[in-house]
Design a protein around this ligand. Structure first.
Ligand code: HEM
Length: 62
């Protein structure tokens, strides 16, 4: 979640960004970048759920 190819997707990094805009990036990708569209695999509601989870922060894996 700390970024690499793309920017970080931590709650701090996402703070203040539009939920709808982030959801649309997940669904449609971002032209001109390696971020691919996920809409063949996830619904709008599922993409919105992913954004909510990212904004809350995922639990530590360890
Ligand atoms: C579960 C899979 C993924 C999710 C949920 C996801 C989510 C996101 C989101 C929300 C953003 C926008 C962040 C922002 O604007 O602050 C983003 C950007 C980006 N993602 Fe993904 N992503 C995924 C997989 C991938 C994969 C597989 C790649 C490439 C191999 C990728 C490459 C990128 C890049 C390069 C950006 C930045 C685009 C830019 O420069 O504006 N992502 N991703």
């Amino acid at each position: 979640m700390n970024g690499g190819l793309g920017m970080p997707l931590t709650p701090q990094a996402l703070e203040g960004k539009s939920l709808e805009a982030l959801r649309d990036v997940i669904l449609h990708g971002r032209d001109g970048t390696p971020m691919p569209p996920w809409n063949p695999f996830v619904s709008e509601a599922e993409a919105g759920w992913i954004v909510e989870m990212l904004m809350k922060g995922l639990p530590d894996a360890h």
